[in-house]
Design a protein around this ligand. Structure first.
Ligand SMILES: Nc1nc2c(c(=O)[nH]1)N[C@H]1C(S)=C(S)[C@@H](COP(=O)(O)OP(=O)(O)OC[C@H]3O[C@@H](n4cnc5c(=O)[nH]c(N)nc54)[C@H](O)[C@@H]3O)O[C@H]1N2
Ligand SMILES: Nc1nc2c(c(=O)[nH]1)N[C@H]1C(S)=C(S)[C@@H](COP(=O)(O)OP(=O)(O)OC[C@H]3O[C@@H](n4cnc5c(=O)[nH]c(N)nc54)[C@H](O)[C@@H]3O)O[C@H]1N2
Ligand code: SF4
Ligand SMILES: [Mo]
Length: 748
């Protein structure tokens, strides 16, 4: 007899007494999952679920989305503004009035003393779109500094630059629905199962319905590589060589789409001439992929009735980032795979609102993909805001990665960081620390007061997070989705929208501009700005109610289209699932082969490879690669405080190949010191065949770890750092000393 068994009750999950579900969009990755937050009778949050009627996630969520509601009262949140005269002194609490007065006064003082551009502003891809628009208005229309950028320079800048070079405009042209139509998918440096789990789920579902080849290009055996039909473990930084060699084969075999090339592109002769130099026999020695494998992959891709490419940081974070994007576009253009179901060049974006900032923040120009360098755009926006066009700077200023060196040289004296944590996320941390110490004035606006960057600040502005606010995000497939306001901001924190509005009052002496009082008001204003003949970024047909009813709408979505849809199905409010399909906007760009270039044709741009990376050598014999794990988001300010995310992935670690470890006498789970030309870091070894003998991989989430070592050479077009190509050596270290160091570093 087995004691106890008969008495054991079956497992039951207690019912959650949800009285009301509130609609939101996930605030972590760019997949854009719709989440419903469940509140009980007394308004307390008791649970979350994926929205079954949302086309993006169809009821699914990953671990981060499922637990996101635990954020609201997580430890370390900023309760009220803080101030101090010098960065090493203790903070004093301050009222919003005083903290905002001080911020405005210091910005003005620094600008008066050193010039308008001596005060820099770095924002993020994690605010709501209406907040981006409002910040852009404040910076471009009132503060007037030209040195204004976002952390998207660490993330999406190469994709933006590559799209603009090839197609004349930013904007990923495809959608998740393309998985259902494609006959071949090639993924470059993108690990969907961990970084975009629900996009991966959409891909897997499509693969289960209809098998097609999945080709993964990644130096590491990622989870996606494990599920691939063909894995190409490329030599870091050489994707452009692989693609050139593929195009060489395609032209040689006559597999290109001559008709598409003739009707919709320019530059075919130059491209053909260049790729003639990249025969697979020669290319294999540079990119590390066997010549026959290159031929096979080229033929599979070009012969497929439709084929698509996706990519993420393995391409963008490289000195060849922009060229890599251009070359992926070249590959798709010569095979006629743009703007058709299952044929596309789809950048998988990163942060929840990486797209929103590209569209509306004015970081690299003016709102709605407009340019500071274009007279008509300047006049249009200046008229709309009611200011003198001459107030705008003549051209785009410094990128984030150039702002920090400019602090070192004294060109920039003050900095305002909004929702970004460069002390952990920027390459070459020792250099960033010095720059931060050089600042006369630093404002940090963040949800958490324990964020590393706050050690160097003079003013801290505590921000509300996610559903403590209301507004939109745009996801990877250009889908605008809504987060409803679910609860009040924590303690005396305030929505970023409110903070920008309040600051704008303090700059009214420069330009008086009208700032709408609510995010919805700002959205209505953006709609008007987005209207216009021939513009892809048209959101004029959207409204909060319509977005909510459709669970997200893809731009372009014009007023005319909305009118037609409404005639068909009645007014937006009250729509139910069965009608949402009629309301989704446009899934694809460039469907007619007309691009945003002056002559309407896409540009085929030849990309010659120059090896300019920091490659391993005798002194630093390993490639250092870095990336992410599924449980954590970026610098762990949020996920590091959520029980189950942190429990599954609590310690910094480094993947190392067992054969390489053997040679150096390094054991599994021991600590080692890594040394690069920039600095050193102590980290625990995890032996795995995921990485090759000459490569190490570290998740970048942990402070005082991988970015103490990275160099971050910049892409010449996008100014994005090559986070993934660095050289290091591995040294043995006293184990007890290392364990102590690591315990100190662990937050929880
Ligand atoms: N769980 C989780 N999800 C996230 C995030 C997070 O922090 N946590 N962050 C979000 C953000 S902002 C972003 S940008 C995305 C990033 O999403 P991904 O880009 O998918 O993630 P990473 O792990 O940074 O890098 C992807 C892969 O690039 C490979 N790689 C390195 N060098 C090369 C190379 O030279 N060529 C090629 N082809 N591949 C290379 C790496 O081995 C790695 O497996 O994830 C988003 N989603
Ligand atoms: N070595 C290495 N380094 C990398 C990368 C890599 O792959 N390898 N990836 C790079 C990439 S792709 C990215 S995107 C960057 C990310 O780098 P960061 O932007 O520096 O990282 P986060 O931790 O997301 O920082 C966002 C901050 O915003 C705060 N926040 C969240 N929501 C809000 C809000 O609503 N309002 C306000 N005011 N604050 C908010 C968070 O608490 C957090 O402190 O890291 C880059 N760094
Ligand atoms: S896949 Fe991305 S958007 Fe969806 S729940 Fe996970 S983190 Fe959020
Ligand atoms: Mo990113």
């Amino acid at each position: 007899m087995i004691f106890g068994r008969s008495k054991r009750k079956p497992i039951s999950i207690p019912a959650k007494d949800v009285a009301q579900w509130k609609y939101t969009t996930c605030n972590y990755c760019s997949t854009g999952c719709a989440i419903e937050i469940g509140l009980n009778e007394s308004g307390k949050i008791v649970t979350s679920r994926g929205h079954a009627g949302a086309d993006v996630n169809r009821g699914k969520l990953c671990i981060k989305g499922l637990l996101e509601h635990e954020l609201f009262d997580s430890p370390g949140r900023g309760k009220f503004p803080l101030m101090r005269d010098k960065a090493h002194l203790p903070f004093q609490p301050a009222s919003w009035e005083v903290a905002l007065d001080k911020t405005a006064e210091k910005i003005k003082e620094i600008q008066a003393k050193y010039g308008r551009d001596s005060f820099a502003i770095v924002s993020t891809g994690q605010l709501l779109t209406e907040e981006f628009y409002t910040l852009g208005k404040l910076v471009r229309g009132q503060i007037g500094t030209n040195n204004y950028d976002g952390n998207t320079t660490l993330c999406m800048a190469s994709a933006v630059s590559g799209y603009k070079r090839s197609f004349g405009s930013d904007g990923p042209p495809g959608c998740y629905g393309d998985f259902e139509h494609t006959h071949c998918l090639m993924a470059f440096g993108s690990n969907l199962p961990e970084q975009h789990p629900v996009i991966y789920w959409r891909l897997k579902e499509a693969l289960e319905k209809r098998k097609f080849p999945l080709i993964v290009v990644d130096p590491r055996v990622t989870m996606l590589a494990q599920f691939a039909d063909i894995h190409l473990p490329i030599t870091p930084g050489t994707d452009t060589v692989l693609i050139n060699a593929m195009m060489h084969v395609i032209f040689k075999d006559g597999l290109q789409d001559d008709d598409y090339i003739a009707r919709h592109t320019n530059g075919i002769d130059e491209l053909r001439a260049l790729v003639a130099d990249y025969d697979p026999k020669t290319a294999q020695h540079i990119c590390g992929i066997d010549e026959d494998r290159i031929r096979t992959v080229a033929r599979i891709y070009a012969r497929a009735p439709t084929a698509m490419s996706i990519w993420t940081m393995g391409i963008n974070q490289s000195t060849h980032g922009s060229d890599g994007v251009v070359n992926i576009n070249n590959l798709n253009l010569i095979t006629g795979n743009i703007g058709i179901p299952g044929g596309t060049s789809l950048s998988i974006t990163g942060q929840c609102n990486a797209m929103g900032t590209r569209e509306w923040s004015s970081c690299s120009g003016l709102p709605g993909y407009r340019l500071l360098e274009k007279q008509a755009d300047r006049e249009h926006v200046a008229d709309f805001w009611g200011i003198d066009e001459a107030f705008f700077p003549p051209a785009r200023g410094l990128a984030q990665t150039d702002i920090f060196p400019a602090i070192e040289t004294g060109q920039i004296k003050g900095l305002w960081l909004v929702a970004t944590n460069p002390m952990t996320s920027m390459p070459n941390q020792p250099r960033i620390r010095k720059a931060m110490e050089n600042l006369e004035f630093l404002v940090v606006q963040d949800v958490y007061e324990d964020v590393e960057t706050n050690k160097y600040s003079h003013v801290f502005l505590p921000a509300a997070v996610w559903a403590e606010k209301e507004g939109c995000h745009t996801n990877t497939e250009r889908r605008v989705n809504l987060t409803r306001n679910v609860l009040e901001p924590y303690a005396d924190s305030k929505a970023d929208f409110w903070i920008f509005n309040e600051l704008s009052k303090r700059f009214a002496d420069r330009n008086t501009i009208h700032f709408p009082a609510t995010p919805e008001g700002a959205f209505e204003e953006m709609k008007v700005l987005s209207r216009g003949a021939g513009r892809t970024l048209d959101i004029s047909g959207m409204s909060y109610d319509r977005i909510h009813a459709a669970r997200g709408i893809q731009w372009p979505y014009s007023e005319e289209q909305a009118r037609r849809d409404e005639e068909k199905i009645g007014p937006a409010a009250g729509f139910d699932m069965h009608t949402r399909q009629d309301f989704l906007g446009n899934p694809r760009l460039y469907t007619d082969g007309t691009f945003q270039t002056p002559d309407g044709r896409a540009k085929l741009i030849p990309v010659r490879f120059v090896n300019n990376n920091e490659c391993p050598d005798a002194e630093y014999p390993f490639w250092l690669n870095s990336g992410r794990v599924v449980e954590h988001f970026h610098t762990r300010t949020r996920t590091g405080k959520i029980g189950n995310c942190n429990k599954f992935s609590p310690t910094p670690y480094m993947e190392m190949n067992p054969d390489a470890a053997d040679e150096l006498g390094i054991e599994h789970a021991s600590y080692v010191r890594l040394v690069s030309r920039r600095g050193d870091a102590v980290v625990m070894v995890q032996l795995t065949q995921r990485v090759a003998r000459d490569m190490l991989f570290i998740p970048f989430h942990f402070h005082d770890c991988v970015n103490r070592l990275t160099l971050g050479l910049l892409d010449p077009y996008s100014r994005q750092p090559a986070f993934k190509q660095n050289a290091v050596r591995v040294e043995q270290i006293d184990q007890r000393e290392a364990a102590r160091l690591n315990m100190e570093r662990r937050a929880f």
